[in-house]
Design a protein around this ligand. Structure first.
Ligand code: SF4
Length: 212
């Protein structure tokens, strides 16, 4: 690991030692549902709808048997709720029919589920199964690009690969949460807190701002 990677890791660890998944869940199935619901919406909004949703649909079988309209009703405060409701039902049906009612622990199997992309699959692998993975959400992508870990032109998959090369594998799971916290609470999309940031010297965004 080079010096910049060490500095970033140390800074994240000092700022967010307890970074964790902020989607409320009690089991792998609930986390999968919550991550699917979190597409293009905040964890806070998801946490508002999941208590009722999880009370009504406790298992993949419950959700697979539900009417899409019932699911829609419970998640309609979220963006894309119609598509999300359809995907939830289809996902639950596949869990029941192909995965013995369980959330699978392999990337390829997870990617077979409707509404599940690499980000969601990586969250499940790391949070549920403790398998090293680096989920790239909007915060991780923005921070990676500002800190020159990835290029502005990189797509999400390239960002993921570059993060995996940049940091040691054993650190990925913790760093993923710390990077989300860093992006969510410090290096905000608009008005990042650059003046108090310990990563100014290695930050492309800050250096460009200074040269304006
Ligand atoms: S200097 Fe500013 S833009 Fe760069 S990492 Fe820190 S908060 Fe983010």
């Amino acid at each position: 690991m080079d010096e910049v990677a060490q500095l970033i890791r140390k800074t994240f660890a000092e700022m967010f030692p307890d970074a964790h998944c902020e989607l409320n869940h009690q089991n792998p199935f609930e986390l999968l549902v919550a991550v699917m619901l979190s597409a293009q919406t905040t964890d806070k909004s998801v946490n508002k709808v999941t208590p009722k949703l999880f009370t009504k649909f406790k298992t993949p079988k419950d959700l697979a048997s539900a009417e899409v309209i019932e699911i829609q009703e419970l998640i309609k405060s979220l963006g894309l709720y119609k598509t999300k409701a359809q995907n939830l039902k289809k996902m639950a049906t596949i869990l029941v029919e192909e995965f013995n009612h369980q959330v699978p622990s392999e990337m390829n199997s997870l990617l077979k589920l409707p509404g599940v992309g690499r980000k969601t699959a990586n969250v499940i692998l790391s949070v549920v199964f403790n398998i090293p993975a680096f989920a790239v959400d909007t915060h991780v992508e923005r921070v990676s690009k500002r800190l020159k870990i990835a290029l502005e032109t990189d797509n999400v998959l390239n960002v993921e690969k570059k993060l995996q090369r940049f940091f040691p594998k054993e650190a990925w799971n913790k760093l993923h949460h710390q990077m989300i916290f860093f992006g969510r609470y410090h290096c905000l999309a608009r008005n990042p807190r650059c003046e108090t940031c310990k990563l100014k010297e290695v930050c492309k965004y800050y250096q460009e701002l200074k040269n304006l």
